[in-house]
Ligand binder design. Structure first.
Ligand code: AMP
Ligand code: ZN
Length: 127
């Protein structure tokens, strides 16, 4: 039996982008407060919360942002995880999902993520 491991296909590649904060958190190289995990995604508490509940839902696989998304199914998994997180956090009165994209969108970490914000009444439009 060969000891060589087969290379993962692109759409099965684990989170491993160099110098990526969320890949490092996924790989447990950097600590974070995990609140949810499934096969496609994990969720952590935001280090700088903008609401009483502020959680980031992050795909295990590295994708820079929504513009680079190739797998249509992944976004469904992320929304599913966000809904489970909102349930867990008892955000029964409602919540907001935010996906900052690019510089004008205010994205600071270039690994796709959904912010789950809740626990207070949120104003609209956002800043
Ligand atoms: P964005 O600005 O939309 O790219 O969101 C990135 C989020 O990651 C921000 O809300 C930051 O507060 C959050 N963040 C940065 N570093 C960490 C960390 N080490 N653990 C948890 N959240 C973080
Ligand atoms: Zn990454």
């Amino acid at each position: 039996m060969s000891s060589e491991k087969s290379q993962p296909q692109q759409d099965q590649a684990p989170a491993k982008q160099a110098n990526c904060l969320f890949c490092s958190i996924h790989n447990k190289e950097i600590k974070a407060n995990f609140v949810y995990e499934d096969e496609d995604a994990f969720a952590i508490r935001d280090i700088n919360p903008q609401a009483p509940t502020h959680i980031l839902v992050i795909p295990r696989r590295h994708v820079d942002n929504v513009k680079k998304l190739e797998d249509k199914n992944l976004i469904g998994s992320l929304f599913y995880a966000a809904a489970r997180v909102a349930e867990q956090e008892n955000l029964d009165g409602g919540f907001r999902l935010v996906v900052n994209t690019g510089d004008d969108g205010g994205q600071t970490v270039n690994h796709l993520h959904i912010h789950v914000l809740g626990g207070r009444s949120l104003v609209w439009p956002p800043g």
